[in-house]
Design a protein around this ligand. Structure first.
Ligand SMILES: Cc1cc2nc3c(=O)[nH]c(=O)nc-3n(C[C@H](O)[C@H](O)[C@H](O)COP(=O)(O)OP(=O)(O)OC[C@H]3O[C@@H](n4cnc5c(N)ncnc54)[C@H](O)[C@@H]3O)c2cc1C
Length: 407
């Protein structure tokens, strides 16, 4: 391998590769189309999951030489789980179920933590540049197409730190909504796994739901969001190039928890370039089984409305009662068991479509599903008020960093 390595994309996966390679003495250049790392986001809170492996993810990061203290994170062992019939229960664990981090360009954001680690390791990052992917060794350019979108509002609040996860097919078609509050700043977000013409309608109604159930004292600041790309490429190394993170389709088809896959795949690609492992083999044995299980879970969930979501929530709480640990259920549903393995051929043919990229890579990907009849409902009077409140905030300079129609 030549001493110089070129990486496309200065997000989590690209910078993970860059740090490992630079620490091993390579001359690493990262080419980023935006002006900074994290600029794809705008202060969104995201959760790094701790359930797809027995090892705590921050311990795993330390083993790889990545420092989790380089960015702010808040661990959580409990959430409010909202069932579709508005019953609220609490999955709880003694350990860390997930950690909330902030995405964006502020110094405490995870993207900036990775940037700092990369610069300290000697990586040269070129921002605001367009580079031909064929000139790069690692492709870490994030999602290309939309399989789903998330749309949220960031606000000031007097509510203490908190996380709510809501399964509700009306407010979040085919998916879930969530509220995360950290140190006086809140995010209410709805995920749309069926394509809608006006995503703002779903967010307004979701905000109303949270306002009716929590004392939020909400002062809107901005609206944020983004897309997720869920695909299964035929190969993860193609024409000598390594595809990592969402550029390689490495995402959690079930809930969209892609950060752990992004960082892990970035590290594995770097180790492969250093001759320590084979990237293709590592992805196929460590990440692909998880991705396939998540796709199978998604396939099952696509067939359920609120009745199915209620069954999931009930089963989760029953499992917690039996085992005494709410995290056990999440571990269980990501375990590749025989039942889900048997379902795989149906998932592949029933949920994924075949395609090819312009550079000749073929893949199966999850298309953005069409809206259903039941997604067409009239906004409540309260939701109309939330919408007009947001219009006023916008007139006063409130920004939307994600165009809900840009899908
Ligand atoms: C709204 C939202 C909420 C989410 N919530 C969670 C969550 O709670 N937990 C979780 O684990 N995951 C979550 N995810 C998913 C997670 O953000 C991604 O899976 C993860 O960031 C993927 O990392 P990546 O390195 O592949 O891409 P990114 O971190 O996005 O990095 C890709 C980089 O490549 C750059 N780029 C793109 N095109 C080019 C180009 N042509 N040339 C150069 N550079 C380019 C981009 O600007 C970007 O900086 C969420 C995603 C969204 C959109």
């Amino acid at each position: 391998m030549s001493e110089r390595v070129d990486i496309l994309g200065a997000g989590l996966s690209g910078l993970s590769s860059a740090i490992i390679l630079a620490k091993s003495g390579k001359e690493v250049h990262v080419h980023e189309v935006r002006q900074d790392s994290g600029a794809r986001f705008d202060g969104d809170f995201q959760g790094i999951e701790n359930w797809t492996s027995e090892i705590d993810f921050f311990d795993e990061m330390r083993e790889w030489g990545l420092d989790p203290n380089s960015f702010k994170s808040n661990p959580f062992g409990v959430v409010d789980l909202v069932h579709p019939d508005d019953v609220i229960t609490n999955p709880v664990t003694d350990g860390v179920a997930f950690r909330v981090v902030e995405r964006g360009t502020d110094s405490h954001c995870i993207d900036q933590g990775f940037k700092k680690m990369a610069l300290d390791a000697g990586v040269k990052i070129h921002y605001g540049v367009k580079v031909d992917p064929s000139q790069c060794d690692i492709i870490a350019a994030g999602p290309k197409e939309s399989s789903a979108v998330a749309f949220g509002e960031i606000f000031e609040t007097s509510h203490p730190n908190h996380v709510t996860f809501q399964l509700n097919d009306k407010l979040a078609p085919g998916a879930y909504s969530y509220m995360i509050i950290i140190d006086g700043v809140g995010l209410i977000c709805t995920c749309l796994w069926r394509k809608q013409r006006k995503s703002g309608r779903f967010l307004d109604e979701t905000i109303v739901w949270y306002e009716n159930h929590y004392e939020l004292d909400r002062k809107p600041i901005k609206r944020v969001g983004g897309k997720g790309d869920f695909s299964l490429p035929e190969k993860y190394v193609f024409d000598g190039r390594y595809y990592v993170g969402e550029a390689g389709g490495l995402q959690d088809f079930m809930w969209g928890f892609g950060m752990r896959y992004a960082i892990t795949s970035g590290v594995l690609a770097a180790k492969s370039m250093l001759g320590e492992v084979s990237y293709e083999k590592e992805v196929r044995t460590k990440l692909l089984p998880l991705v396939k299980v998540s796709a199978t879970n998604r396939f099952i969930m696509n067939r359920m409305g609120d009745r199915g979501f209620k069954a999931v929530a009930k089963y989760w709480m029953r499992d917690q009662k039996k085992t005494g640990d709410g995290l056990g259920f999440m571990r269980l549903i990501y375990k590749p068991g025989i039942f889900r393995r048997m379902l795989w051929p149906f998932v592949r043919f029933g949920m994924l479509t075949k395609g090819a990229t312009s550079d000749g890579r073929s893949y199966h990907r999850m298309p953005f599903r069409k809206a259903l009849k039941r997604d067409d409902w009239k906004p409540s009077a309260e939701a109309k008020l939330v919408a007009s409140q947001w219009k006023n905030i916008q007139r006063a300079g409130g920004k939307t960093s994600f165009n809900s129609n840009d899908q």
